[in-house]
Design a protein around this ligand. Structure first.
Ligand code: GDP
Ligand code: MG
Ligand code: K
Length: 281
């Protein structure tokens, strides 16, 4: 039997467990993630001659290395121990959820987007133009309702197409304002000059994370790059240059620009329908 491993990634409460249960019928606990008390759950099911194994990763809002959940999810994603990443999104909170999607894209991951809770969105009188969203993100987007069991077949189908290589999502690269982009390019250039053998990360992601003062990435820089001191000084210089212009530090500036981009994409694809949302009085 051919096997396909699908990692479910998304914010807390978007319906990762609900999708796993809807697809696999059940899930089993297979111990904790390494080093933490976060439970690891997997669910298996058969589809068109394949065994699909779903891995329920801890729910996270962003891919910093700040919380245990973020570190577990991020390290799993960096390990590459999967065939497909499914980014589960709550369609009723699209802007907020797309923040993580942009971070996945920055890491070089091309997820299948499972746009869940479309039933609830519809109830509120809204709809998402998922074709347009797919075009903007350059990723496959499948509308799903785990609750009403809608879109599940198409979701499995899409997992298989990506796993077998029949579908190769191109993926959109999030970009920032000109000054931040210049800083990223400068860092990339300096990093490239001293790149250690078997450097396992997407270089642009690594540069962005350095600007965000990510602890794990900064430690990796110190351990593996001969010119780490020079690069850290360069980041300090960039910070001094940009701080007065934007009135905030680099990590906040990058987070803000990413958030604005996510909101902009959400506004482009969410439409309000004829039906007014029912408001309880
Ligand atoms: P997780 O934290 O991502 O694993 O999210 P859960 O699977 O625990 O779901 C969070 C909440 O969303 C629960 O109350 C679910 O019943 C609800 N939920 C999940 N999927 C759907 C859906 O497709 N439609 C609606 N309306 N609610 C859903
Ligand atoms: Mg869950
Ligand atoms: K060093």
């Amino acid at each position: 039997m051919k096997r396909v491993k699908v990692a479910l990634v998304g914010n807390p409460n978007v319906g990762k467990t609900a999708i796993m249960n809807a697809l696999a019928g059940t899930s089993e606990k297979v111990g904790n993630w390494p080093g933490v008390t976060v439970q690891k759950k997997v669910g298996k099911y058969h589809f068109k001659g394949f065994e699909i194994e779903l891995i329920d990763l801890p729910g996270i809002y962003s891919l910093t290395s700040f919380t245990l959940e973020e570190r577990v999810t991020r390290n799993f994603l960096l390990s590459g121990d999967y065939n497909v990443v499914a980014n589960v999104i709550d369609a009723t909170l699209l802007g907020r959820n797309l923040y993580l999607t942009l971070e996945l894209l920055e890491m070089g991951i091309r997820p299948v987007v499972a746009l869940n809770k479309v039933d609830e969105l519809k109830e509120f009188g809204f709809s998402v133009n998922s074709k347009e969203l797919a075009k903007l993100l350059r990723l496959p987007v499948v509308e799903v309702s785990a609750l009403k069991r809608k879109g599940l077949e198409e979701l499995s189908e899409t997992f298989l197409m990506v796993a077998t290589g029949d579908l190769k999502p191109e993926g959109f690269t999030p970009t920032y304002s000109e000054k931040v982009e210049n800083a990223i390019e400068l860092l990339k250039l300096k990093l490239k000059g001293e790149l250690p053998p078997n450097f396992p990360f997407n270089l642009r992601w690594f540069a962005v994370k350095l600007l965000e003062k990510d602890e794990e990435v900064t430690q990796y820089l110190k351990n593996h790059f001969k010119n780490s001191d020079e690069i850290l000084k360069e980041i300090e210089r960039i910070e001094k240059e940009l701080h007065p212009l934007y009135n905030c530090d680099l990590p906040s500036l990058i987070a803000r620009e990413r958030f604005l981009l996510a909101s902009k994409i959400a506004r482009k694809v969410v439409k309000s329908g004829e039906k007014e949302p029912e408001v309880e009085r």
